[in-house]
Each structure stands twice: as C-alpha cells, then as structure tokens.
Write a protein that binds this ligand. Structure first.
Ligand SMILES: [Zn+2]
Ligand SMILES: [Zn+2]
Length: 366
C-alpha cells in the first residue's frame, strides 16, 4: 500500500503536536570520574532473560541499561537451566542476537555471554566474550569451562556463598580451573549480597573483582541514584570498546559499586577516590581555624574517618555535593595534610582506603 499525502493540513498539525507531546526516554548518566589513563565504564555483566529463567525479553535489558547510564552489559542466560523451554525453546546465544540491534542503536556495549550452571558446589560460572555459546553445552563441568577458555573467554565464579559458605567453599575442582588459568574473577557482590570470602580470595589469588545484579525481573529504576542503584562493576579500560573492556577485566582493573560502597584493590581505589574528591583552597582563615570547600563529584557518599590529629573526626560527603568544612589548627596559614580513612571504600573485608586531604597554605601577595 502506498502512503497517500494527507489531504487535510490539520492532520499534519495533529501529528506534530503528538510528536511534541511524546516525551522520549532519557538517559541518566552515572557519575564516576575517569582515571588519569583509563575510562571508567559502568558494567552489569550478569543478567537473565526469558531465554533462561528471566522475566523479560532481551532488548528490554538494553533499554534498562541505557536509561540507567550503563556502558556495558552481558546477558548471561543459563545454558543448562531452561525452565521456560515449553514456551521459549532452548536457543543458546539467542538473547544476545535479539538484543544486539538495540544495543548498537543505544551505544551500549553488549557482551556475548552465558552462565555455566552446575549444582553448588562447584556452582555457577559466567563466561564473557564468547563467539558461540553452543560448545559450552557439555556434560562435564571442567570441559564446559575449557570450551569457554578455548574461545578466549573471561570466566568468573558467580555468587559463591549463595547457598552458604560451606557449599561455596574452594574445592579441588576450583584449584584445577585456577591452575589451568581458566578462572579469572569472582563476584564479590551479586545483587544484594556481599561475599567477604570471595573478596579475600580475589586479593589472595589475584582474581578480578566483579559485582553484578544477576537480575531476573524487569529493572524498573529510571536511573542509578546514590541511594538506589544496581550492583555493578566499574571497569577502568583504555577505551570504551569491548576489546578494551576485555583487556581491563583480564588485567583486574575493576571496582565494585555495592550499596553505597566501593570495593576494589587499592591501586584502583586510590586514583578513583582522588578524582572523586576536590579540595578547594581555603577561602577563609582565622587565628586558629580555616574554612574549606570539599566537593564529592561521584555517586557515592564518601565517609571519611579521621586517623590523624587534625580535622573533624568524621566527614560524610554526600554524593554530588560540596561540603563546607571548618578545620581547627594553630597554624591556619600553613599547608596541612589531613589523614583519613574512607570507610566505605573497601580495600579488604572490613578495611577502608587511607586517604590524605591536602590543604593549601596561604599565598602571600608579593
Ligand atoms: Zn547463578
Ligand atoms: Zn545468574
């Protein structure tokens, strides 16, 4: 059928009005600064669709991620667990194909992935950057992980403690994978859960730390807000490409954003925190105090506990705000170094990141 030109001018007017009234969906950016040599990519690398036990059709995952400001996602449908198969036949890798066009349009990086699913122990493992999911559908667990590695995949152990620490313990089979260099990371956080055991293993065994949603239902959040955000992995990549993301994951350049905490290695948390905090030059000095503005440009409230002698005992700097801080000191003209611990930037279980706030001295007019 050919489209005939509308005969009535009012028809055009109504169309234009409709176009004007319809409010397009918007993207809400996530605020974590880039590091000096790396871009900070917000990633959720574990989610499900109707092609395993999820409740949504694959392109919905892209729309959610775009709306909430994510850079990259991986749909990791279970290979072996297919509870919807009477309605949605088993088609390994199909969720990626269905989501890809939308991801390209939305400029969201979509990583082809799958979840290798066994009883716990040994548990569930995600494989990212696959060329083809089908060769992973094999009976033996180690063979399945091997098939992923044959494709150059990045493999991580999911939600290790979800059935308790005892069932999530490290077994010989995990050592086998580890020694073959077939296991590259662990979820330190999955959804609402934090696993200190996985956190410590990542430190001890030099595994990459990840945090993901493992979401099955639709994500109805409009945006990632400081007090209401999905658990995600911040990846410090040389570029905003799948190749650079993969390189960064293998190199362990990540941090996890979980429940108003940032979890990661000190070598990445230090530059991140440094970029999140902006300490202005003091704008007022008295005989025994100075006043300074401290800005927190990121989406986490930064909680600082004093470890030195100077400065307020506790500073809570809300996300995306400037705090006015009075510092009592007998030498307000001199430069100061204030020693704190960022209590919610975890460099080990229960251990915050040390940070020094540097206050400029007074510059005398010449
Ligand atoms: Zn799982
Ligand atoms: Zn899962």
């Amino acid at each position: 059928m050919r489209f005939s030109r509308p005969k009535q001018p009012w028809f055009v007017v109504v169309l234009l009005l409709l176009a004007g009234v319809a409010r397009a969906e918007v993207r809400h950016p996530i605020h974590f600064p880039d590091l000096p040599d790396h871009k900070t990519l917000a990633c959720d690398l574990h989610m499900h669709t109707m092609f395993s036990d999820g409740q949504v059709w694959p392109p919905v995952r892209v729309a959610e991620a775009w709306r909430q400001g994510l850079d990259a996602i991986a749909i990791a449908d279970h290979i072996e667990y297919q509870p919807h198969k009477d309605d949605v036949p088993t088609k390994l890798g199909r969720s990626y194909e269905l989501a890809l066009d939308g991801a390209k349009t939305a400029n969201v990086l979509l990583i082809r992935a799958a979840e290798i699913t066994r009883d716990t122990p040994p548990g569930h493992f995600n494989a990212l950057f696959l060329d083809d999911v089908k060769p992973l559908a094999t009976e033996d667990f180690v063979d399945a992980v091997g098939a992923a590695n044959k494709q150059g995949a990045f493999v991580f152990w999911n939600h290790h403690g979800w059935k308790g620490e005892e069932k999530g313990r490290w077994l010989d089979v995990h050592t086998t994978l580890y020694e073959k260099k077939w296991l590259h990371g662990m979820e330190v956080c999955n959804g609402d859960s934090y696993y200190p055991g996985a956190h410590q293993w990542c430190l001890d065994k030099n595994l990459t730390m990840l945090g993901n949603t493992d979401i099955h239902e639709p994500d109805l959040r409009k945006q990632s807000a400081p007090g209401d955000h999905r658990t995600m992995t911040l990846v410090f990549a040389k570029d905003r490409t799948p190749e650079a993301l993969k390189e960064a994951l293998f190199a362990g350049r990540t941090a996890v954003w979980f429940n108003n905490q940032i979890i990661g290695r000190p070598e990445w948390l230090a530059p991140l925190l440094d970029r999140c905090l902006r300490v202005a030059a003091p704008h007022l000095r008295s005989k025994d105090a100075l006043w300074v503005e401290i800005e927190n440009v990121c989406d986490v409230e930064i909680q600082l506990d004093r470890v030195g002698n100077v400065g307020p005992a506790r500073l809570a700097l809300p996300a995306g705000t400037i705090s006015l801080v009075k510092i009592d000191t007998p030498t307000p003209s001199e430069p100061l170094e204030l020693a704190y611990t960022a209590a919610n930037f975890l460099i080990a279980p229960g251990k915050g990141m040390p940070v020094t706030l540097r206050i400029a001295g007074e510059t005398k007019p010449k």
